[in-house]
Design a protein around this ligand. Sequence first.
Ligand code: ADP
Ligand code: GLC
Length: 481
Amino acid sequence: MKILLASSEVYPFSKTGGLADMVGSLGVALVNAGQEARIVTPLYRGLRDKFPRMTRVNWKFDLPMGERHVQADLWELDLDSGLKIYFVDQPDYFDRAGIYQEGQFSYADNAERFIFFSKCVVNLARYLAWRPDIVHLHDWQVGLVPALIQHQRDSAGWGKPPPTCLTIHNLAYQGTFPAAVYALTNLPKLFFHTEGAEYFGMLNCLKAGIAFADVITTVSPRYAREITTEELGCGLDGVLRRRRAHLVGILNGVDYQEWNPAKDPHLPAPFSLSKLAGKKKNKAALQTFVALPVAENIPLYGTISRLAEQKGVDIQLAALAEMLNADIQFILLGSGSAEYELGYRELARRFPGKIAVQFGYNESLAHQIEAGCDFFLMPSRFEPCGLNQMYSLRYGTIPIVRATGGLDDSVIDYGEQTDKANGIKFYEYTSRALAKAIRKSLAIYHQPELIRQYRRNAMRADFSWGKTVDEYLEAYRTVMQ
Ligand code: ADP
Ligand code: GLC
């Protein structure tokens, strides 16, 4: 099967969150499963220098953007895995310091940038000699592609276009813009209605994808159910309920080549289930690196996160303010809202020697935190899938999670299956419930046999793509004749 994936982020080329990891690793997983997968993504600043094997494709985009025409080039890179990546080269849009924003400010022309990218995806799907059997779109940035394809089928002579699959990674980000922006799509008005691309008078790119994609997936079974409810439907639960028969939840897989404590180049000491001594060395190295007292027997908690409302920062700050009175240490790696950063800075001032905060994006430190900590905190308000809890499990770092979305689907609590427990879940979205879960973790930590059992269960949990890639193939097949 020929599968063209399209995403605004792909690891290792660009990343602001789990979307990049998911798309990069799904591409490889599809190739490993014997499929022909290719990914198309924007050529962001610095990528050609970082990946000098990239070559220019004999291809010119010249596409209408409202009244204007915009041109772009195309580059490609063949990865050792067999996956081919296409890069859309449009420097005015993509040769910038950030992917979506600089500092706290989103680019004012994000709609235009990603409408153009979506048109490039359609152009490739239509005219590449390599004809995709399915086009797999990820998030709002390419949400308009199904409508653009339908339009070319109905009015621009595209005989038999490939079906489309849209994956929703996060319903909270919909790509909503003033209606005037719709002109840039060059689509006729007939796509802009309450059952289509329009949402309360605005253009809504994700809604357009939900309305017009042939099949819709999201990144965990529980989140697939949650987004059809008013509580977690972010205003799109109605349209999702209408499309329920074509909506499926598939838990993300993990790339265990990238996230393998036995062979992780970011770690000072490798470790595995049978050689756990290395984990202690990682803990000591991490404590040293972030200037916390090096203490083997003080439980070390970690969080790596975008500092956004979704991630439960408010209850985490309040629960930590209470729990840091106990003999524990905590390390945060995060970036995002200035207000939340301030909250953590204040906490660090109140509890010197107990908490370390690192702001910014740091891939290497993320691996070291997964390896060096005893527990990982993820108290999300909602979580479509979440990858860090799965990375934590593999690194023997017990996740403490709120039972929502993919967190609920991937972690097993003692209350669910005593002998298989690999993490701690709490249910209510309150700092009290989180603090109680942290207290539970302390009790486990101080019973050596019990914590060993949790670690064993955690490190044995398997979220490799091998298991879930078939579910994507199945979803594609349902819409291919
Ligand atoms: P989301 O996509 O909602 O942010 P996920 O758990 O799916 O959440 O994925 C987050 C990914 O981003 C993980 O790979 C995590 O390690 C990484 N990440 C988040 N914040 C940082 C940071 N400040 N530095 C390095 N990696 C980060
Ligand atoms: C989104 C979600 C996260 C998910 C990731 C990859 O960023 O917030 O839960 O793991 O996409 O699918």
